[in-house]
Design a protein around this ligand. Structure first.
Ligand code: C2E
Ligand code: CA
Ligand code: CA
Ligand code: CA
Length: 280
């Protein structure tokens, strides 16, 4: 998107005309935040609708800002995504998430971890090497990692993104199509790319138990049929109450995620695992 100034490299060009305000300042702060470990991961459980048990946790980044408090991704992710910091950022998220997963697996909860990656991370093959190295370093079986990609990843760089997703699939990593229904994935892409999972966007899920549910129910039911027909697990996001969960279970949805089960939080809180002292 067109910010003032031209490129994301401005923070490494002291002579650039950009004033240290707005976008430029945020970029500088974000670079420092990555160095200083100010970013934290919260986790939200994904619950098997049949057994009622958590099967995995999705990592959701927050920024523990020195003066502004705990910031949600909407405050800083768009800036990161436009910059060259997006690859080191995603590598950091993957490293943190896989290290955290190793800890909860050690404590007897062998749940998978789901990590969001940005469309720009799929424009080079660097992500594949990063994932392979981190799986190795943390001793993580590849199928305990889910990589969530949004449909916008296929807007322009479809071919390269497809290569990256196939390489991740070859490693044994699960690839999830996030926010399904809000973007422009064609049925051809859905069929030909190696998705293990489809996540139905909460825009559709929110309405299935509302006073006027017919249209959203029709959409969700047909996505369930389509995804199952392609061999994908179906996850509903944004499940906020028991009525929605009950309808989704009856509709054949496999997994649910939302405030009804838990808000995102530190993994020990979310899993109810407070062994001894405070968390790291
Ligand atoms: P998303 O991947 O679709 O994640 C779901 C968002 O919905 C999260 O917002 C979550 O807190 C929120 N949510 C979960 N359950 C409910 C519910 O029942 N009702 C409602 N209203 N909302 C619910 P959050 O944490 O603010 O994240 C926003 C977006 O930022 C994410 O959407 C994802 O696209 C992006 N994001 C978050 N962490 C990362 C990351 O580490 N890397 C990248 N590339 N993107 C991330
Ligand atoms: Ca996601
Ligand atoms: Ca989503
Ligand atoms: Ca979403």
């Amino acid at each position: 998107r067109g910010k003032r100034g031209t490129s994301s490299v401005v923070i490494y060009e002291p002579g650039a005309a950009e004033a240290p305000t707005g976008h430029g300042l945020l970029m500088r702060e974000l670079a420092a935040a990555l160095d200083r470990d100010e970013l934290v991961l919260h986790y939200q459980p994904q619950v098997d609708l049949v057994t009622g048990r958590a099967v995995g946790l999705e990592a959701l980044v927050r920024w523990q800002h020195p003066t502004r408090g705990l910031l949600p991704p909407v405050e800083f992710l768009p800036t990161l995504e436009q910059s060259h910091l997006i690859d080191p950022f995603t590598a950091w998220v993957l490293g943190r998430a896989l290290a955290d997963r190793a800890r909860w697996a050690e404590l007897g909860r062998d749940l998978f971890v789901a990590v969001n990656v940005s469309p720009r991370n799929l424009t080079t093959t660097g992500l594949v090497g990063t994932v392979a190295a981190l799986l190795e370093r943390t001793g993580t079986p590849a199928d305990r990692l889910t990589v969530e990609v949004t449909e916008s990843a296929f807007g322009t760089e479809t071919e390269q993104a497809g290569d990256v997703l196939r390489a991740l699939d070859d490693l044994g990593v699960r690839v999830s199509l996030d926010d399904f229904g809000t973007g422009y994935t064609s049925l051809r892409q859905l069929r030909s790319l190696p998705f293990a999972e489809v996540k139905i966007d909460r825009a559709f899920v929110a309405g299935v138990a509302s006073p006027d549910p017919d249209a959203d129910r029709a959409v969700v039911a047909s996505v369930v049929g389509l995804a199952h027909g392609l061999g994908c697990v179906v996850v509903a996001e944004g499940v906020e109450d028991d009525a929605a969960a009950a309808w989704l279970r009856a509709a054949g949805c496999d997994v649910a995620q939302g405030y009804h089960y838990a808000r995102p939080g530190p993994w020990r809180d979310v899993l109810g695992l407070h062994t001894n002292s405070t968390h790291s």
